[in-house]
Design a protein around this ligand. Structure first.
Ligand code: FE2
Length: 306
């Protein structure tokens, strides 16, 4: 079949088949995706057995709640960010902190504090490297933003996230920090490690077929928001990770790999009430003012809430 005939069929099956009011946007998207899928079946001569194997794969990925992970691993989540960057550039927004993917592991409702929070529950403090991370949230004119909200979440020393990993305490390694009068935030935590897709999961199953690993470099996730400003979704990477520029989710970006200072000065250890050296990361966030000229930076998606 040629593509024009396929497009006619897809329109028949979706638009012409409607016998009651339809959602025009859903119709438009489904006609396109259905037509594109049929063209792929035709062009690649996808067999019925291959087709049903794909249906079974998507069913299994959905049942395992791995479709969010799959979207990251196939680059689709990165693609949405590339488009969002382009839209902001067209609107004249440049020079802010780069965005990168959210991933599927945010949980709403983390404890909130002003200025400072300790993220870890202390159980891994002896095994891990203590981290202090701090900085200022700025607006696009370089003015500090008091009352901005810095939501932060990261994995533990096994690469697992609280809530999804029920062995961790509630909201371990998850907090919301409201910046102080000087626009500053700081937290204490432990340096996370990288992690991979579940080795027996559906995402890794496909990656194996594609000859790809499913590893992410160690990273820390952020949502940064402030009244009248565009919400920033981003991460920083932990410098030195072997997968730093080989992230299966394509989320590493220039500007998001801050240097790590290793502090062993006795006076500073006393000030932090620590008996061993700690790591320190300085990182400022630069937000854009809200504007009608670019699509909303707020992304609606199904998220867990504890
Ligand atoms: Fe993550």
């Amino acid at each position: 079949m040629n593509h024009a005939d396929i497009e006619t069929l897809a329109k028949n099956w979706v638009v012409d088949a409607a016998d009651r009011p339809a959602n025009p946007r859903v119709q438009q998207v489904v006609v396109r995706l259905l037509g594109d899928l049929c063209k792929a079946i035709e062009d690649l001569d996808i067999t019925p057995s291959e087709f049903w194997s794909g249906v079974a794969y998507m069913s299994a990925a959905g049942a395992a709640n791995e479709l969010g992970l799959l979207a990251a691993g196939l680059g689709l989540e990165r693609f949405l960010d590339i488009r969002a960057d382009e839209a902001e550039r067209k609107a004249g927004l440049e020079g802010g902190t780069p965005r990168t993917i959210e991933g599927p592991l945010y949980v709403a409702g983390a404890p909130e504090s002003v200025g400072f929070a300790r993220l870890d529950d202390g159980l891994d403090a002896d095994k891990g490297e203590v981290l202090f991370m701090q900085g200022t949230v700025f607006d696009q004119d370089g003015k500090p933003l008091p009352n901005a909200k810095v939501e932060v979440w990261h994995a533990n020393l096994l690469g697992n996230y609280s809530f999804f990993d029920r062995t961790q305490s509630d909201f371990n390694l998850r907090r919301s920090i409201v910046t102080d009068a000087a626009g500053r935030y700081q937290f204490r935590s432990i340096i996370p490690v990288g992690y991979g897709c579940p080795p027996d999961g559906t995402t890794q199953q496909l990656l194996d077929q594609l000859g790809r690993h499913g590893q992410r470099p160690a990273h820390i996730h952020f949502f940064v928001s402030a009244a009248g400003h565009r919400k920033l979704t981003t991460q920083i990477n932990i410098d030195g990770d072997e997968y730093l520029w080989d992230d299966f989710a394509f989320a590493s970006r220039e500007g998001l790999v801050p240097p790590i200072a290793r502090i062993d000065d006795p006076a500073q250890l006393v000030a932090k009430r620590l008996d061993k050296p700690f790591a320190s990361i300085d990182f400022d966030f630069h937000l854009y003012r809200e504007t009608e000229a670019a699509p909303s930076a707020i992304v609606e998606r199904a998220r867990a809430a504890a």
